[in-house]
Design a protein around this ligand. Structure first.
Ligand SMILES: Nc1ncnc2c1ncn2[C@@H]1O[C@H](COP(=O)(O)OP(=O)(O)OP(=O)(O)O)[C@@H](O)[C@H]1O
Length: 359
């Protein structure tokens, strides 16, 4: 394997225990925890089945696999799947990312050094520069690039033949990809958040690899707090392992997992201190809303962007908060989650719901 750059996290949650981007410690242990084959890859049944067909068919034909686009939130296994594609095709893999390719020349250098059949993993493909993107169109379709030599009227395009390769593009924002780029992928897989039962399997598998003893209820407790994301599940497992080692006999049970994650302020539903601060302000200071984002951010003492991009997406996904044209509104589930009773006037609990949640 060949790393071309330092992949940047797709969000700014580094440092949060429930952040979905990889931090330094994650990067160090993730290599050891990555499944090495499709059979080992937990969950994502449909994606696995479809990808299995694509790869088997290519192998039977003795051909290079079609280009693959993987879309989905950080930490769901896109890098892992790209490595699995290379392993299943018995091909080498080169790893780079959109932000690392600022000039078409950067891309030309990578493409021209690929071996036949090699997998090129391009993380955050939506962040590539426009000229590089245009070069990629031709490379994907015709296995050829035009290298421009010189400048101005004297510039000439020298065509360069490329060996057949498989591009695996990954993006957290499939909607941001220009259609001509999207159309050049033979297979597109959308990766979903994982069900708790699937995360339990991820946790048991990682516990085995890390030589940690965990029972079924302990794994279920961690899975429920992992926000549907294997990376977070693995990170929480490591923190719970520390607690079990220092405070108990090393065995992770439901009680140990709950106590450990209580210390780290990750609650039963996977909300951390910031998420709860946003919800608490919304409920206790503003009666459940609607309240504007700026006001809410001032109330929790955080930047507007932090509330909007770091806390809100998960709260919305969990059905605890709604973004409405009149401002942020708590749902009845939010009151229940914080153990509070919605005031009589709160529309979210009764027939006024249509008012608050309506477009
Ligand atoms: N289906 C899975 N089964 C087991 N482990 C998984 C699975 N998916 C992801 N993981 C684990 O989660 C961690 C993060 O996965 P990975 O780096 O592939 O995510 P990603 O989607 O590429 O994230 P990013 O968008 O931040 O690059 C890895 O350690 C990997 O072992």
């Amino acid at each position: 394997m060949n790393w071309d750059d330092t992949a940047q996290p797709a969000d700014d949650t580094t440092g949060r225990l429930v952040g979905s981007a990889a931090d330094g410690e994650d990067q160090a242990v993730e290599a050891a925890l990555r499944p090495k084959s499709l059979a080992e890859f937990v969950g994502q049944e449909r994606v696995r089945e479809q990808l299995d067909l694509v790869l088997r068919a290519a192998r039977q034909r003795g051909a290079t696999a079609d280009h693959v686009l993987l879309s989905g939130a950080p930490g769901l296994g896109k890098t892992t799947l790209s490595m699995i594609i290379a392993a299943e095709m018995e091909a080498p893999i080169r790893i780079t990312s959109g932000p690392a390719i600022q000039h078409a020349g950067d891309l030309a250098a990578i493409l021209s050094s690929l071996q036949e059949g090699e997998v090129l993993f391009l993380d955050e493909i939506h962040r590539m520069s426009r000229p590089a993107e245009e070069m990629l169109y031709m490379a994907m379709e015709d296995f050829r690039v035009d290298v421009i030599v010189g400048k101005g009227p004297g510039a000439t395009a020298i065509p360069l033949e490329l060996p057949p390769f498989t591009l695996v593009g990954a993006t957290t924002r499939a909607g941001l990809l220009p259609p001509p780029l999207r159309d050049r992928f033979g297979f597109t897989a959308h990766m979903e958040f994982y069900e708790p039962a699937e995360l339990e399997r991820v946790i048991h598998r990682s516990a085995d690899l890390l030589d940690v003893t965990i029972d079924t209820a302990g794994a279920a407790e961690i899975a429920g707090r992992s926000r549907g994301t294997p990376r977070i599940a693995n990170r929480l497992l490591r923190r719970v392992r520390d607690y079990a080692q220092v405070k108990a006999d090393g065995l992770i049970t439901q009680e140990i997992a709950a106590a450990a994650l209580g210390v780290y302020e990750v609650d039963a539903r996977g909300l951390d201190r910031l998420d709860r601060a946003v919800l608490e302000a919304l409920l206790k200071l503003f009666g459940g809303g609607p309240v504007g984002l700026s006001t809410l951010s001032v109330a929790v003492g955080e930047e507007r962007e932090t509330v909007e991009e770091v806390a809100e997406p998960f709260l919305v996904r969990e059905g605890l908060l709604a973004r409405t044209p009149r401002g942020r509104v708590a749902t009845p589930a939010a009151w229940a989650h914080l153990g509070l009773t919605a005031p009589q006037s709160f529309g979210g609990g009764g027939s006024g719901q249509g008012d608050l949640f309506g477009a």
